[in-house]
Design a binder for this molecule. Structure first.
Ligand SMILES: Nc1nc2c(ncn2[C@@H]2O[C@H](COP(=O)(O)OP(=O)(O)OP(=O)(O)O)[C@@H](O)[C@H]2O)c(=O)[nH]1
Ligand SMILES: [Mg+2]
Length: 477
């Protein structure tokens, strides 16, 4: 990316809708000469461009004087547009041939083709939005669910930025008082008591913590819940995968070791994207080298999952189902499925649940873990209602344990990284104040914490930060 390098004065253009066939396509032109360059190719000469007033015209190839298309032209005056510059949006018929001809014509008359993300970059440079808002545009475009796009829209409107500004104001207040304290210390004047600073900074730290805690929610709303189905061979993982998907995606058979590789499919449930992952049955001592690779992959998938579904065959003694199944499980993120209950009598179920709890009790020795009955489900793949039962339970589990839907969330890894740094430095500052460290050192760390906060919203930035944010954007955005 090299937006800044001598491109600022350029008038840029690009197709802003997906390239392809459709009802209409929109071409965006932005920069100081966007009105006059567009004007050159319109059939009606000397037309005046009024901001936010659309008009119909013909777009010509000025070399051949032939019409390329009938277009709707919408001008935006500088300061009243997305990028902050003079912008023209040209709506033409949705065809790559027409779009390319219009772009060629614009470039012949003085435009340059835009680089991916360059319109949003210009909006950022012209203070039309901050970095958090710029990132939210990307989230909005790529959001997989209604809840996700709701969150992105709230961020675009500035809810998260406002929260960060309040935090920043408090940090600046503390920094100003510490620095004033340094200046007046020789005269023996105390500007503000350390206890006041500590209490204020602890409040700031709590606000940071609340925001960092929302990252999990933000990530799920943006990327969805990854749900990995694992267990011994033949317990019904693929059957359950198919029930949850509502189609026969995975091969099911009574031969143990049917699924060899990882199978991944996305579905929407309660406005949330779920990525379902079916895996090879986990067992030890297989002589088959391909099965061994499959087992390794299953274990790896479980480690990277958001929530694990461990499937057990309820018709068999649970203690016989291999140790590997229970090994290295993040229990806080695991639901146990006792499958094939259609083959059991109803009065057998409590004993099965007790058996599973006893096994879990014996393997969780080092850290106390309060086992929740909500983490055990009895299922059968013979009924389609199982989909609602399992996904509903996962959804409720997520809401209860991890979600902060009511508040605006941090959803980008970059934002979280910067906030984490700001938080850690603040911790150092508070410890310094408590141990009466020299004010110069304290001010130094607090400045760094403030810088991290300013980087989050883009008040302070360098090429690396901008590169990180804007390289994700597509052409025309
Ligand atoms: N009665 C009954 N049979 C089931 C149920 N779920 C799965 N089965 C049967 O159990 C056998 C194994 O099912 P799969 O879904 O292939 O099992 P898997 O866990 O994916 O097995 P691998 O891919 O070999 O690891 C098949 O014959 C299924 O029809 C269930 O809920 N009830
Ligand atoms: Mg299978």
């Amino acid at each position: 990316m090299n937006f800044g390098e001598g491109r600022d004065h350029l008038t840029i253009c690009s197709v802003s809708t997906p390239m392809g066939y459709g009802g209409i396509s929109v071409i965006r032109v932005s920069g100081p000469k966007s009105f006059e360059i567009t004007q050159k190719s319109l059939k009606k000469k000397n037309r005046s461009f009024e901001s936010h007033k659309a008009f119909l015209d013909e777009f010509l190839n000025t070399q051949t004087e032939k019409s390329i298309d009938e277009v709707l032209v919408l001008p935006f005056e500088a300061g009243k547009s997305f990028t902050g510059e003079r912008v023209v949006e040209i709506s033409c018929h949705g065809s790559p041939v027409i779009c390319t001809a219009i772009l060629n014509e614009l470039c012949r008359n003085g435009c340059e083709l835009a680089i991916s993300g360059e319109f949003t970059y210009r909006a950022f440079m012209n203070d039309r939005l901050d970095l958090v808002q710029a990132e939210s545009i990307l989230s909005l475009i790529h959001s997989h669910s209604e809840l996700g796009s709701e969150l992105a829209l709230r961020q675009l409107k500035g809810e998260l930025s406002d929260k960060l500004t309040h935090i920043k104001d408090d940090v600046i207040w503390c920094l100003a008082h510490i620095e004033a304290g340094i200046d007046f210390s020789e005269q023996g004047i105390t500007v503000v008591e350390d206890t006041v600073l500590i209490s204020k900074l602890e409040n700031v730290q709590n606000s940071f913590k609340d925001l960092l805690d929302t990252y999990e929610t933000g990530r799920v709303l943006k990327d969805g819940i990854v749900l990995v189905l694992s267990g011994e061979p033949n317990v019904g993982k693929s059957s359950l995968m198919n029930v949850l998907l509502g189609n026969d995606r995975s091969i099911v058979s009574d031969i143990a070791g049917t699924t060899r590789d990882v199978i991944r499919e996305d579905i929407l449930f309660k406005n949330l994207k779920f990525t379902l992952v079916d895996t090879a049955g986990i067992r030890e001592n297989s002589n088959d080298p391909i099965e061994k690779i499959g087992v390794e992959r299953s274990i790896k998938e479980r480690q990277g999952s958001f929530i694990n579904l461990v499937i057990l065959d309820a018709t068999k003694p649970l203690k016989d189902q291999h140790e590997l199944i229970f090994k290295d499980l993040n229990l806080e993120r695991t639901l146990f499925i006792l499958n094939k209950v259609d083959l059991l009598q109803k009065d057998e179920l409590p004993a099965k649940q007790a058996e599973l709890k006893a096994i879990l009790g014996s393997i969780i020795d080092e850290k106390p873990y309060i086992f929740d009955d909500n983490s055990i489900l009895f299922t059968t793949c013979k009924r389609s209602e199982t989909k609602q039962q399992v996904l509903g339970r996962v959804y409720d589990y997520w809401i209860a344990k991890f979600a902060h839907i009511e508040s605006v969330s941090v959803s980008s890894a970059r934002q979280r990284e910067e906030l984490r740094q700001a938080y850690d430095l603040l911790e150092k500052v508070i410890a310094g104040l408590k141990s009466q460290l020299g004010s110069e050192f304290i001010a130094f760390d607090l400045k760094d914490s403030l810088m991290a906060l300013q980087r989050t919203v883009g008040e302070v930035y360098d090429d690396q930060i901008l590169d990180k944010v804007f390289k994700e954007f597509c052409l025309g955005k």
